[in-house]
Every structure is written in C-alpha cells, then in structure tokens.
Design a protein around this ligand. Structure first.
Ligand SMILES: Nc1ncnc2c1ncn2[C@@H]1O[C@H](COP(=O)(O)OP(=O)(O)OP(=O)(O)O)[C@@H](O)[C@H]1O
Ligand SMILES: [Mg+2]
Length: 414
C-alpha cells in the first residue's frame, strides 16, 4: 500500500517510509500471516494486536465488518488498546472517529509513543503520531488547548430535537403545534424564537418554549460560527475526536445537550457512507460506553447507537466499545460483538456471566473451561505489560494475548 502523508509526522515519517511499518502490503508481511494460519494478504486485512501465549502474534481480522467489546476495571488498559487499534486502522487507510472522549485523552495521539513504552513495540513498528482533530462542543464553555470549538447548525436540527429540548411531548398539543408550524419557516434559532413570540398561544406555554430556546443560544449550542464538516475531516485522513469531558453537569437535566452532537455525527457518518461522501471503510470507537449508553437507562443516544449497530455493519463501519462496568454494556451490543476482550483484573465469575449474556455464544464446556483456565493465569508481567484474554466468536478461539502498545502517545496522567 502506498502511504500518502498529509501531515507533519515529526520524526515518524522517515520511520514509516524507511522501515517495516511500510510492510503494510509488503510481501514480507504476507509470509508472517501465513505462519499464523490466518487467511490475510496484507496488514490491511488484519490488526496485529499483540503476542499470544505461544509466542506468535495475535491478529484481529478485518475481512468482515465486526463489533468488539473491551470490558474491565479502571487502568486495565482499555484505552491503551483502543489507541493501538485506532493507530493501526488509521495507517491501514480507514476513517477513524472517537465519539465520546471523556478525558481529553485522545489528543495526545498527535505525538509519537513515549519512550517508556517503546520497548514493547514489536519488531518493525515505530513510534509515530497521527493527525488528530478534537472537537469540543461549545456548551462546555472551556476550550482546552488544541481543541476546536464546535456547534451544530440550525439545519442539523429536526422538529423532534426542538421538542425534546423544550421538554414537550405529545400531550402538550398547543406547544407542539406552535413548534411544528413554525419550524419549517425559520431560518435560524433567533428567527424561530421570534416566530414563537408572535404566536397567539397561552403566555405560559410560550414562555416555557422561549426560555428553553434562549438557553440554547446562551450556551452557544446552535449557531453558524463553529460548524465543521467532520465527514470531510475523516475523509481527508484526520482522526476525529469528540471531547465530552464534564458531561455529568448535564446528565440529569439535559443529556441531549451533549448527546445530540454525537447522534448527529452518527447520522452523518451513516448518510455519508451511503452517498459515498465518506469513501473509506470507517471505524467508530466508543470508550466509556456504559456511561454514554447505560444498560438500564433509556436515552436518545443509546437508541441511536443501538439502531446504528445493526445498520452500520451493512455500511462498512466497525464499532469498538470499551466499558468499565461489566454489566454496563447493553446485551444487543455484546450479542453482536465478534471479539470480546477480558483483562487480567476481571474475576472469572464476572467474565462467564458476561459471556452468558451473549445469546448466540456457543457454550461448549470445553470452550468455557478454556476461558476460565486462561483467565486464572493472567498476570501483569514484571516489566508492566497487561495481559488480556480475547475471544473470537466467529473462529471460536480463546487466546491469552500480551497487547503491543499504540504507535502514538498514550495519555497517562488521569
Ligand atoms: N499493554 C500494556 N503494556 C504496558 N502498559 C500498559 C498496557 N496496558 C495498559 N498499560 C498501562 O496502564 C495504564 C492504564 O491504561 P488505560 O488508560 O488504557 O486504562 P483504562 O482501562 O482505559 O482505564 P479507565 O477505565 O480508567 O479509563 C496506562 O497508562 C499504561 O501505563
Ligand atoms: Mg480509559
């Protein structure tokens, strides 16, 4: 595969050009896979994840679109491994997006992997940063260094969105009618507010709507100053990140404020894959998924993501979820996940329970025994590498794997 460099790699570019990272598509890589008994031709068809217990490399196949779930306690390495996958997807020419970064931690991927982890890189891989674009919805007010302020345009909203913001449901007929009738006429939020002001409806209803809409203006939720063509960013080879740190402030009162930008991007990605505007195969990372789409709580974002899980497969979109809470991942996501990652710190009862929630899981006793045996014997290495057990539900394999580090910088100080 030919590499097109569209950004300043610092030292990384030379590494990539001159060394075995350019083995993506190189015949040497093919030999490697053949040894692995994996039917892949180039690195484009697989991600090299880490070293298996038998010393060979473990690969995640990209031949078919799949879902993955990584579950485990804090600091077990979920984000570390997602970052590696993100880097590998990127270098294989995929469009990459991280939908909910809750710690502003993905931005460091614009730098090469730090020295302390470099010794864990496999032969032929070298530290290199990727071009990252971090969007920060304007509702959060703060704008950390390197983040880009972001807001939805009026055209991104639907009547339904407006009704949710205003807390209006089907029973509030008067308010609903006012919104439905004026929405198509409005050219922007301020115009819309003025139209509502002129409506001959009860003052109480009117004020309620206007107060809520005014709030959207005050928080710069909608406007035409900080819009962005995120699809184009992805198409152009940027790793896009949506930074939602501080979302908790809105979680109870108006989760829609931080969820709608995410929903909107999901819709746009699906649309762009249909129309071809996004020509690349795409991967969506959802770290801390249980916080955004909790198993037990209903919510717009959750529904949107769950609906999309079905549809995205057809559109050539991979989805990778990580979550801290073992029970936090909705069943349907578990069910549709081909790869399940279990860290050394998970207890085996939790692991088996989690597995049991996968409806189609082949519960052959030998398979379960294999998982338990592998989990029991997981320990961090003295030099600090954290092992995982990875289940491949398609190939029906269970492997203990020592993952390799990302190629880009991993943010540590959390
Ligand atoms: N394979 C690995 N090799 C070496 N160090 C690792 C590995 N995986 C994780 N670490 C170390 O563990 C730390 C925590 O990893 P990471 O940030 O990925 O945890 P996490 O599971 O995402 O935690 P949280 O749930 O709190 O987000 C990393 O900063 C890194 O120092
Ligand atoms: Mg993490």
């Amino acid at each position: 595969m030919k590499f097109e460099m569209k950004f300043d790699f610092t030292a990384g570019e030379d590494f990539l050009r001159n060394t075995a990272m350019s083995e993506f598509g190189n015949p040497a890589a093919k030999t490697l896979f053949e040894q692995e008994e994996i039917e892949v031709e180039t690195f484009k068809n697989a991600l090299r994840i880490g070293k298996r217990a038998d010393g060979k490399d473990y690969f995640i196949s990209l031949k078919e679109i799949h879902r993955q779930v990584l579950v485990g306690k804090t600091r077990c390495g979920k984000t570390f491994n997602m970052r590696r996958m993100s880097d590998l997807f990127y270098h294989s020419g995929y469009a990459v997006i991280h939908l909910c970064d809750l710690f502003n931690e993905m931005i460091t991927s614009n730098q090469p992997l730090q020295t302390k982890f470099q010794r864990f890189l496999p032969k032929g891989e070298f530290p290199v940063g990727v071009p990252v674009k971090v969007y920060r919805p304007a509702i959060f007010k703060d704008l950390p260094q390197g983040n880009i302020k972001y807001q939805l345009g009026w055209g991104d909203l639907t009547e339904a969105d407006i009704m949710i913001f205003c807390g209006i449901d089907g029973r509030a007929v008067e308010a609903q009618t006012a919104i439905l009738q004026n929405f198509p006429k409005a050219t922007g939020l301020i115009h819309f507010i003025n139209l509502i002001k002129n409506e001959k409806i009860r003052a109480q209803t009117k004020n309620r709507i206007i107060t809520k809409l005014q709030f959207l203006i005050d928080y710069e939720f909608i406007g035409d100053k900080w819009n962005a063509d995120i699809i184009e960013d992805m198409e152009q080879g940027n790793v896009v990140v949506i930074h939602l740190e501080g979302y908790k402030k809105w979680e109870k009162s108006s989760p829609y404020l931080y969820q709608l930008p995410v929903i909107n991007i999901l819709r746009r990605i699906a649309e762009a894959r249909k129309t071809g505007k996004l020509s690349k195969r795409t991967v969506i990372f959802i770290d801390e998924a249980a916080k955004m789409i909790p198993k037990r709580k209903e919510g717009e974002l959750k529904e949107e993501i769950l609906d999309n899980v079905d549809m995205t497969a057809k559109l050539g979109i991979f989805m990778i979820f990580a979550s801290q809470l073992e029970d936090g991942i909705p069943d349907s996501i578990l069910d549709q996940s081909r790869y399940l990652w279990f860290p050394y710190s998970i207890n085996s009862v939790d692991a088996v329970n989690l597995l049991a929630r996968k409806q189609h899981y082949d519960f052959h006793p030998a398979y379960k025994r294999d998982l338990l045996r592998q989990l029991l014997d997981l320990k961090p290495t003295p030099d600090g590498r954290l092992p995982w057990v990875i289940i491949d539900d398609t190939k029906k394999t269970v492997w203990k794997v020592f993952p390799y580090p990302p190629l880009s910088n991993h943010k540590e100080s959390l």
